[in-house]
Design a protein around this ligand. Structure first.
Ligand code: ZN
Length: 136
């Protein structure tokens, strides 16, 4: 695994939180994107080399809606940048981690993503992400 790619924060109201994080970080989000398949709307901030992702539910049955219901707003996941997501999935499965989606799916911000179940990672949802190659 390479660096931490971003931290994901679950929020109730993306517009309000965009303003809050704009004030906090001194920069506006560089993109806002809806991932319909996950029932989520996201925005991304860049601060130095790090990124923050805000996630708002667009559907009451989405994983983010359930997270907000159970735990309220707050840190939702840590995302690590990986060079070869499939190889990393294989390695982590061999180590006994519970992979939520073995087949990488298209996430926000032009990434292939795989999630590890928090029950195998001390209660923290882990996202692996790999940049999707532009020319395919
Ligand atoms: Zn993320």
């Amino acid at each position: 695994m390479n660096k931490i790619e971003h931290l994901g924060i679950a929020v109730k109201n993306l517009e309000a939180s965009n303003e809050l994080f704009h004030k906090l970080l001194g920069v506006a989000p560089y993109k806002t994107e809806e991932v319909a398949s996950e029932g989520v709307r996201t925005s991304f901030f860049k601060t130095g080399e790090s990124k923050i992702e805000l996630l708002e539910a667009t559907d009451k049955d989405s994983p983010i809606a359930k997270f907000l219901e159970k735990k309220g707003e707050g840190i939702h996941h840590i995302a690590f940048d990986v060079a070869d997501i499939q190889q990393e999935v294989k390695r982590l499965q061999e180590e006994g981690f519970v992979v939520l989606n073995e087949k990488p799916k298209k996430g926000a911000d032009n990434k292939w993503v795989v999630f590890l179940h928090p029950k195998s990672t001390n209660g923290v949802l882990i996202e692996l992400c790999q940049e999707i190659e532009k020319a395919e």
